[in-house]
Design a protein around this ligand. Structure first.
Ligand code: SF4
Length: 431
């Protein structure tokens, strides 16, 4: 390890040990009836009514609708449209919500505080479906990468990164990407489609299934959460799928379900300026920006959206974000590319550019992929860059590459899913 590397390792260790433990929010936990309890009839204020039992049970033209990804309002409206009396709909929404998003139940039959008739009604009209795990790879460092199949047979990836006292799930928002950031392999995959809110929330639910993180009745809840943080940094540009991402995050943040605080969610954008203020107002999560360069000439090449909204325009939107969202600081993601953006002059220019913005600069050693037009900066260069930024008063952690052995590191996601697809094609064709 180079001499200064000790300092960085110490700084990182200190940051980890000082990190606050992630505690579950103090919410009143929903309590289902004990196992084997007599089926609980609908409460007195919402009795079973004859019309409920005789209503048309199904909307044939629509088939069964997936509940996952509906906002509370949409769920309530869907229950009413399927035949739930309006006066019961709010209560039913709350009950179903807790079963699905708090307890992780996927079977209407297990919702034991609903009458048998109502469970049958739900079964006939709705499904509870999450993406299917096609494959799961576990790295030597504990990182888990999920290849997930969604409607239409498309595939996306989600990555779980365990750390001391916390864990972060990186989720995708699109299949492919319209932007062509030249350092990112995902950017070479054309956009196929946006993910629905259900497909975005579903990535978190699948990870919790795999980690066994749903609460169990009668068991004390662990002090720390396995998935304590969520980052929208997987495949796609989340702000080009704004409405679906917003609805998904509303579900994720709901205190009676998955209950991740907005301060545990980070949305990463390449710089879709018109949507940044909307993100503050309608989601209010933390913001990260793929910055990566300190001049427009270089950023135009690395992050081509810069030709539309240049550094100055982007910084103006970023300056307003902490106030609008009531968040502490913005994370600037900066990939270290040998000889491209990693000089001391770049570091000094970066510090001047972001002056006045509460910020943290994440330095990301480039994760190489086959055919990549760049190389990772060497360690000494990264340290020198980090020192300048650090001395200017900004946290400048160097991100430890995670999951490289399973191609789960930043910017490597496309290659992994393509490789899996090719392998499967090989098996199917007997190659
Ligand atoms: S960095 Fe993000 S926005 Fe840019 S090409 Fe990759 S996935 Fe798309």
């Amino acid at each position: 390890m180079a001499p200064k590397a000790h300092l960085f390792a110490r700084r990182r260790r200190a940051a980890i040990s000082n990190a606050p433990r992630i505690l579950y929010p103090r919410v009143k936990l929903p309590q289902p009836p004990p196992d084997g309890a007599k089926e609980t009839p609908m409460t007195a204020d919402a009795p079973i009514t004859q019309d409920m039992l005789t209503i048309p049970r199904k909307l044939p033209e629509e088939g069964r609708r997936n509940l996952i990804g509906m906002t509370r309002d949409e769920l309530r409206a869907a229950l009413i449209a399927a035949g739930t009396p309006e006066k019961q709909a709010k209560m039913r929404t709350g009950q179903i919500w807790q079963w699905v998003y708090f307890w992780g139940v996927r079977d209407f039959g297990a919702m034991t505080n609903l009458s048998k008739a109502y469970r049958a009604f739900l079964e006939e009209n709705f499904t509870i479906a999450v993406p299917e795990i096609v494959s799961r790879s576990v790295s030597a460092d504990g990182t888990r990468k999920y290849l997930l199949r969604i409607a239409g047979g498309h595939e996306v990836e989600a990555v779980y990164i365990p750390e001391e006292g916390r864990g972060t799930l990186c989720v995708s928002s699109q299949v492919g990407c319209t932007l062509t950031c030249s350092f990112c392999h995902t950017g070479t995959q054309r956009l196929v489609r946006n993910l629905t809110p259900g497909e975005i929330v579903g990535q978190l639910m699948v990870a919790r299934d795999d980690l066994g993180e749903w609460p169990e009745r009668g068991r004390p809840r662990p002090e720390t959460r396995l998935v304590s943080n969520l980052v929208l940094m997987g495949m796609g540009e989340p702000l080009y799928n704004f409405d679906n991402v917003r609805d998904a995050m509303k579900i994720v943040m709901d205190g009676e379900g998955l209950s991740l605080s907005r301060k545990r969610i980070t949305l990463s954008t390449s710089g879709v300026v018109p949507e940044i203020a909307k993100t503050a107002e309608e989601i209010g999560c933390l913001l990260a920006v793929s910055f990566h360069a300190t001049t427009d000439a270089v950023r135009d090449k690395l992050v081509p959206i810069n030709r539309k909204w240049n550094i100055e325009t982007l910084l103006e939107a970023l300056r307003a974000y902490p106030r609008l969202s009531n968040s502490e600081r913005i994370t600037f993601e900066y990939v270290m590319l040998n000889g491209v953006n990693d000089s001391d002059e770049d570091a000094r220019r970066l510090v001047r550019l972001i002056a006045g913005i509460p910020a943290k600069i994440n330095l990301i050693p480039f994760n190489e992929w086959p055919g990549a037009p760049y190389e990772r900066s060497d360690w000494e260069r990264i340290e020198s860059f980090a020192d300048i930024v650090h001395k200017a008063g900004y946290a400048s952690p160097i991100r430890t590459p995670r999951g490289e052995d399973i191609m789960a590191a930043c910017g490597q996601l496309k290659s992994a899913s393509e490789r899996a697809r090719k392998a499967r094609r090989g098996v199917e064709s007997g190659a």
